[in-house]
Design a protein around this ligand. Structure first.
Ligand code: GLN
Length: 194
């Protein structure tokens, strides 16, 4: 079955996710309107700035429709700011920021701190047979996961940096900025089997 994946296109790494999806053989469109959301079988929430995306979700009337699709089981993948938006609890964010609660986890925003705000590391990732080069940019980490959440990767300090809860995946790093599209491939398979 051929599936169509949407990339939430309010702010952030939209083009990079569209290209990574297409490169892994998945047709992809940007989503900025409810009628575009209705056309997709899965949604990517890109890296960017979670508080800005949060504000724009309100302005574009997209928060409730996306949350309803997630409750209905729509597969989703969030990188970095996208991970923050998919979490059930966010630490160190603005009081007025919203999040979808699609993954039972507590995420700390900008957790790696200003001194190491960007770095790269090779990680073992569940489902991939060789290490993945992970690019972290003012990344969050995951401080707690619920019992239904599978940990997909940890950084060298042991922090959880990739998870899956049912059909929803998230990474603290940015698979969309490298030429290795295997994480997008894993997500595309999840959308196909959902
Ligand atoms: N620190 C950003 C936030 O809070 C996330 C950074 C990113 O997506 N590269 O949303």
């Amino acid at each position: 079955m051929s599936v169509k994946v949407g990339v939430l296109a309010l702010q952030g790494d939209v083009r990079e996710h569209l290209e990574a999806l297409e490169a892994s053989g998945t047709s992809a469109i940007s989503v900025r309107r409810e009628r575009e959301l209705e056309q997709v079988d899965g949604l990517v929430i890109p890296g960017g700035e979670s508080t800005t995306i949060s504000k724009l979700l309100g302005m574009f009337d997209l928060f409730e429709p996306i949350q309803a699709r997630l409750k209905d089981g729509m597969p989703a993948f969030g990188s970095c700011a996208g991970m923050i938006l998919l979490a059930s609890e966010v630490l160190d964010t603005r009081d007025d920021a919203v999040n979808f609660g699609a993954i039972d986890m507590t995420v700390r925003r900008n957790a790696f701190g200003r001194q190491v705000d960007s770095f790269e590391q090779d990680l073992d990732f569940v489902g991939l047979d060789s290490p993945l080069r992970a690019v972290f940019i003012r990344a969050p980490w995951v401080e707690r996961v619920g019992s239904g959440v599978e940990v997909l990767a940890r950084d060298s300090g042991g922090h959880i940096v990739a998870v899956r809860h049912g059909n929803v995946m998230a990474t603290a790093f940015h698979p969309e900025v490298t030429s290795d599209h295997r994480v997008h491939g894993l997500f595309a398979r999840l959308v196909q089997t959902a």
